[in-house]
Design a protein around this ligand. Structure first.
Ligand code: 3PG
Ligand code: MG
Length: 347
């Protein structure tokens, strides 16, 4: 795998540095609702400050605005970042996606971002699968280096692509099989056990597009309708009352999945086991989070939903690595080249 050169090797003293961070965080009522990605960007910013950078201009996208839209302003992010790292040398630029040139990797917008800066640090792991002006374009205009978060993500996720300790257990969930198929195909072959929950388990049961068998739920929490307050009952996976929906894995399945997880020496988990935002259907995802956290295996968790389940249980420090990337982590593990990484020179 391509190892981009590190910001630790850069001569930043007295320089103005442009940092692309992934500060695409959820907002609620004009405030940052989850600052995980902001905190994850701090080590690189702190390093630049410690090494006497003259100025640190941090840019990121936020959401998917269509042009300028105050609802997607970076202001709440700037406020939170300032609370966490008060230093007048740090400036947060406005949402890169306010400029239509961002997603087109327009050279004019890249030049605008690069102007007045002398160095570029790519630290937005969650966005390096996008070939945009702020992730790729600027790297061609300024000497480019990888930030500490990007480096760490590549190193931790990269371990899963190399020689892993066995048993290797891959746990996959979520709504759509298409989203996870690439990872299952690339890593599933070397996994000893592939465990699948969530809606995608139903799709795989109907038609398994993989060349190996997977462990599927034996029972489900069935709901009378797709609603948080639906009537529920635990049934075997193939005995749901007419019109009912399986919205979580059942207790027997939780036990089965936990047993597989307990035997693992390496774990990758991505995707919830059910509609875990609704408490009646959260137990399956909680059980998996719990089993992964209590394992002493090398464990990596990817995707916003799985990360949130861990955080809600206070278990985020009990796993080896929680990736800040959703799509980027999946693409890396699919074996794809990440444009925002490829563009940074080798170490
Ligand atoms: C993410 O949240 O996955 C990243 O910030 C990328 O966002 P995007 O899918 O809108 O490019
Ligand atoms: Mg652990």
């Amino acid at each position: 795998m391509h190892r981009p050169r590190s910001v630790r090797e850069a001569d930043v003293g007295g320089k103005r540095v442009l940092v692309r961070a992934d500060l695409n965080v959820p907002l609620e009522k004009g405030r940052v609702a989850d600052d995980t990605r902001i905190r994850a960007s701090l080590p690189t910013l702190q390093l630049l400050l410690d090494r006497e950078a003259e100025g640190v201009n941090v840019c990121s996208h936020l959401g998917r605005p269509k042009g300028e839209d105050p609802q997607f302003s970076m202001s709440p992010v700037a406020v939170r970042l300032r609370e966490l790292l008060p230093d007048d040398r740090i400036r947060v630029l406005e949402n890169t996606r306010f400029n239509p040139g961002e997603t087109k990797n327009d050279p004019a917008y890249a030049r605008e971002l690069a102007a007045d800066n002398e160095l570029f640090v790519e630290d937005a792991f969650g966005s390096v699968h996008r070939a945009h002006a702020s992730t790729v374009g600027v790297a061609g205009l300024l000497p480019a280096y990888a930030g500490l978060l990007l480096e760490r993500e590549l190193a931790e996720l990269g371990k899963l692509l190399g020689d892993v300790e066995h048993p290797f257990v891959l746990i996959s969930g979520g709504a759509k099989v298409e989203d996870k198929l690439g990872v299952l195909q690339n890593l599933g072959g070397k996994a000893d056990t592939v465990v699948v929950g969530g809606k995608m388990a139903e799709q795989i049961r109907e038609h398994n597009p993989l060349s190996f068998d997977v462990v599927l739920p034996t029972d489900v929490v069935a709901a009378s309708e797709f609603a948080e307050d639906a009537q529920t009952q635990v049934t075997p996976y193939d005995a749901l009352p007419d019109g009912w929906l399986g919205l979580d894995i059942g207790p027997e399945t939780r036990e089965l999945f936990a047993q597989h997880i307990a035997e693992a020496r390496t774990i990758f988990w991505n995707g919830p086991m059910g509609v875990f935002e609704w408490p009646p259907f959260a137990e399956g995802t909680r059980a998996v989070a719990d089993a992964v956290a209590h394992s002493s295996a090398y464990s990596v968790v990817g995707g916003a939903d799985s990360a949130r389940a861990l955080t809600e249980l206070g278990l985020e420090d009990e796993v080896s690595w929680v990736s800040t990337g959703g799509g980027a982590a999946l693409e890396l593990l699919e074996g794809k080249e990440l444009p925002g990484v490829a563009v940074i020179p080798d170490e």
